[in-house]
Design a protein around this ligand. Structure first.
Ligand code: SAM
Length: 385
């Protein structure tokens, strides 16, 4: 991994999180970060860099670069937060001069300068622009950055609609900047959360803006739900919904077996807030023994969680870290599940049948069976010996 960013006579040491299992060609910043750093350093006076906010900083490169301005740092990603803390420690020691906010906590106060990396999900961008409406005035400048191909007309239209007049830069190393001068008088309300319903059982699934399968049930999740009975009766047992998103898998288990102790885990704050809301809404009587954790896979699980021995883990694994397609998170989820499960406990994984999950699972667990399969998906079960 290239960990050394040198720009404008300044060098930062930056790593991705978790450091192990990252591809050697990946790095913790991109051309859009560099463009943004250069622009702000060279074109914006120090006086206008006060009350700075940073949104969606993938691994903390922007936080480290602009740390001396004491920015407010906002992200929906626990992994980004861990990376940011690690990189601040590397570059600024224990003196981390910025306030961190998750995506579900309102950020109070006015801002003069907003630096924003365009997120993968348009809905998250939309929610953040709406949130900003109450913090900007006619003097606030928003500078956003992304790979040029992520900036569509519809992206610019969101800035115009929710904040004010918007223009763009030329492309540089395939990255572009967006400049938006807030008008300070917009008061649009948010279209999020979005809600959809499952049938048989009929459950209401509410989704904050950055939640996976925000608009409808994922087809992989649907396949797993059709075969959940393979797990048997989970009452009095402990089940982890790993990478839970809106919690739809755990919710169905709880509906069928209300005395299950369910632990919902995701790296997205919006996912965990949505999963909790969905249990509260549909199965309030089952809420009390449930736990809801923001985490990177099952990092420090034993220390962080008051749990009985884990009987099952259900998992519809992710394919992305930020904008990078990867299977290293799925791999970590499988390894961590093995460590958390009790002897005889089972990991249930759904995925496209062409994926090499069975090979990985066999390597780890030895004992892997196909619980169900169709033309597109398989549900694998791996048992801890
Ligand atoms: N279980 C939900 C479903 O079936 O609709 C969501 C499945 S989605 C394919 C994968 C989920 O993993 C996403 O909600 C994503 O936020 C979460 N995720 C991604 N990276 C993660 C990590 N490092 N640790 C925990 N969860 C992660």
């Amino acid at each position: 991994m290239n960990t050394s960013l040198t720009l404008l006579n300044k060098t930062l040491h930056l790593v991705r999180y978790p450091q192990q299992s990252q591809h050697p060609s990946w790095q913790a910043w991109d051309a859009a970060d560099e463009y943004l750093m250069e622009y702000v350093e060279q074109q914006i006076d120090s006086a206008n860099k006060q009350a700075m906010r940073i949104y969606n900083d993938d691994f903390g490169a922007l936080a480290c670069w602009f740390a001396s301005y004491n920015p407010k740092w906002i992200s929906d990603s626990y992994v980004a937060r861990r990376a940011c803390l690690l990189n601040l420690q590397h570059n600024h020691g224990s003196d981390a001069p910025l306030e961190m906010f998750d995506s579900v906590t309102p950020v109070i106060g006015k801002t003069d300068l907003v630096l924003l990396k365009i997120p993968k999900t348009n809905a998250l961008l939309e929610q953040q622009l709406i949130d900003l409406q109450s913090s900007v005035s006619a003097t606030t400048l928003i500078v956003a950055a992304a790979k040029a191909n992520l900036i569509q007309k519809s992206t610019l239209a969101l800035f115009e609609k929710y904040l004010g007049v918007t223009t763009t830069s030329l492309a540089k190393k395939k990255a572009r900047l967006i400049f938006c001068r807030a008008s300070g008088d917009k008061q649009h309300t948010s279209p999020y959360p979005t809600t959809w319903y499952t049938t048989q059982p009929s459950l209401q699934v509410t989704n904050l803006a950055n939640v996976f399968a925000r608009q409808q049930l994922d087809i992989g999740a649907r396949f797993m739900l059709q075969h959940l009975n393979a797990m048997g009766n989970t009452n009095q047992q402990c089940v982890i919904d790993l990478g839970c998103g809106n919690g739809v898998l755990g919710l169905h288990i709880l509906h069928q077996y209300p005395k299950t102790k369910l632990i919902f885990i995701d790296e997205s704050y919006m996912a965990i807030a949505s999963a909790k809301h969905n249990v509260q809404l549909n199965l309030p009587q089952s809420l009390e023994p449930c736990e809801f954790m923001v985490n990177n896979c099952l990092d420090n699980f034993a220390q962080a969680c008051q749990h009985d021995e884990v009987d099952h883990v259900v998992c519809n694994p992710p394919f992305h870290q930020q904008n990078t397609i990867t299977d290293h998170i799925a791999w970590q989820m499988f390894k961590d599940s093995k460590a958390a499960l009790k002897k005889g406990g089972q990991l249930w994984v759904v995925g496209n049948r062409h994926l090499d999950y069975p090979k990985k699972l066999k390597h780890l667990f030895g004992n892997v069976t196909i619980a169900a399969t169709d033309k597109k998906f398989s549900l694998w079960s791996a048992q801890k010996a």
